[in-house]
Ligand binder design. Structure first.
Ligand code: BTN
Length: 315
C-alpha cells in the first residue's frame, strides 16, 4: 500500500468523518483522485462509507494501523521493512517466491490468505480479523538443528505477549499456542537455501484474534482470543508487541540458543507430565524439554527424544 493510501486510512481511523475536499488538499491531489483511492480501499475490504454532507467514514475500525507498524519498523534495530497486503496466497509463500528482492528482517502481513499453509503440509484456515504474518530473516547461524529452537523461541515470544494481554495461554510443543486446550496460534518455520553457513528463514505466525465464527470442522480443536476472553483485541498492539519482544530477545537467542528460554518455556508447556501421542500412534509420557528444545519422553521404560513431528496432548 502506498503512502497516500496509508495517510487516508490514518485520517479516517483518527477522525469520525473526513471530507474529500480536506483529503484532496492535504495530499495535494484532485477530488477525483481521492474518489479513486477511496474506491480502491473499499475494494481491498476497508468498510468506508461516504456521506454527501459529512464526508467519508471508516465504519469498522478493527483494521491494522499500518502507519504505527511502519513507524515501529523504521526505528527498529532488527526489522528493516514491513509489507502489508490486503490479500495474498500465503505470507510464507510470498517470501519464498520473492526472497531475492526482500531485505533481511522484512515482516510480511496479509489481511487475507487464499492458500495459507500450516505444518505437515496442512492448510491454515483463513479466519477474518486474525493475524497472518511472516518474518523473513537472513542469518548466518542457521542449520537444520536450530530450526526447532527458533520455532520454540517464537512460540515463547507469542505466549509472553499474549500473557501481557492477560490471556491464560500455554504452549503445546513445539509451537502451538493453546487457550483452554484449544489452538489459537500456529507457527510455520521454513528454511530456504543453505543448510549451513548463511541461510534464509521464514517464520510464519497465524494467530486467531477477533473472529467469532469458526468452521464446524475445527470448532472442537481451534479457537480465537475473542471467543475465549469475551472481548476484542487490538491486533496492531499485538503485532507490535510480538515484533518488539522478538527483537528484544533475538540477539540473546542467536548467541546462547534456546537455553536461556528453557525454564520459561517449560513453565508454560502443556505437554509436560502428560501422556502424549506421537504422529497419531505411539504413546509416550512427556518428562522434559531438552537443552535444544527437544521433547524428552519415556516409552516402555526407555527414554525417547523427539525433535520434530506431530504431538497430541491427552487432556
Ligand atoms: C500450524 O500448522 O500450526 C502453522 C500455521 C502457520 C500459519 C501462518 S499464517 C501466516 C503464515 N503464512 C502461511 O501460509 N502460514 C503461516
Amino acid at each position: 500500500m502506498d503512502e497516500k493510501a496509508v495517510y487516508i486510512l490514518k485520517r479516517l481511523y483518527e477522525q469520525d468523518f473526513v471530507s474529500g475536499e480536506n483529503l484532496a488538499r492535504e495530499l495535494d491531489v484532485s477530488r477525483m483522485a481521492i474518489n479513486k483511492r477511496i474506491k480502491s480501499l473499499q475494494e481491498m475490504g476497508f468498510s468506508i462509507t461516504g456521506c454527501r454532507k459529512r464526508g467519508y467514514q471508516l465504519v469498522d475500525k478493527d483494521i491494522i494501523r499500518i502507519w504505527e507498524i511502519e513507524n515501529f519498523v523504521s526505528k527498529s534495530n532488527l526489522f528493516e521493512d514491513f509489507l502489508f497486503f490486503d490479500q495474498i496466497n500465503s505470507t510464507n509463500s510470498y517470501i519464498k517466491e520473492n526472497q531475492e528482492k526482500l531485505k533481511s528482517a522484512t515482516v510480511v502481513y496479509a489481511e487475507r490468505q487464499t492458500a495459507g499453509r500450516g505444518r505437515l503440509g496442512r492448510s491454515w484456515i483463513d479466519l477474518e480479523k486474525g493475524i497472518k504474518m511472516s518474518i523473513f530473516l537472513s542469518i548466518d547461524f542457521i542449520d537444520i538443528e536450530k530450526l526447532v529452537p527458533l520455532t520454540l523461541f517464537t512460540g515463547l515470544v507469542v505466549n509472553r505477549v499474549l500473557r501481557t494481554f492477560k490471556v491464560n495461554s500455554f504452549i503445546k510443543w513445539s509451537n502451538d499456542i493453546l487457550i483452554n486446550g484449544k489452538k489459537v496460534c500456529g507457527i510455520l518455520t521454513e528454511l530456504l537455501g543453505e543448510l549451513d553457513g548463511r541461510g534464509n528463514v521464514i517464520i510464519g505466525i497465524g494467530l486467531n484474534v477477533n473472529a467469532t465464527n469458526l468452521p464446524e470442522d475445527i470448532l472442537e480443536i481451534a479457537t480465537t482470543l475473542k471467543k475465549e476472553m469475551g472481548v476484542s483485541f487490538d491486533r496492531t498492539d499485538i503485532i507490535i508487541g510480538i515484533l518488539k519482544e522478538f527483537e528484544k530477545e533475538f540477539e540473546n537467542f542467536k548467541t546462547r540458543g534456546f537455553l536461556p528460554f528453557r525454564d520459561e518455556y517449560k513453565s508454560y508447556c502443556a505437554n509436560l507430565e502428560r501422556e502424549i501421542i506421537i504422529n497419531g500412534e505411539q504413546k509416550a509420557f512427556c518428562k522434559d524439554i531438552g537443552q535444544n528444545g527437544e521433547l524428552i519422553c519415556e516409552q516402555n521404560g526407555k527414554e525417547l527424544k523427539i525433535h520434530s513431528g506431530e504431538v497430541t496432548v491427552r487432556w
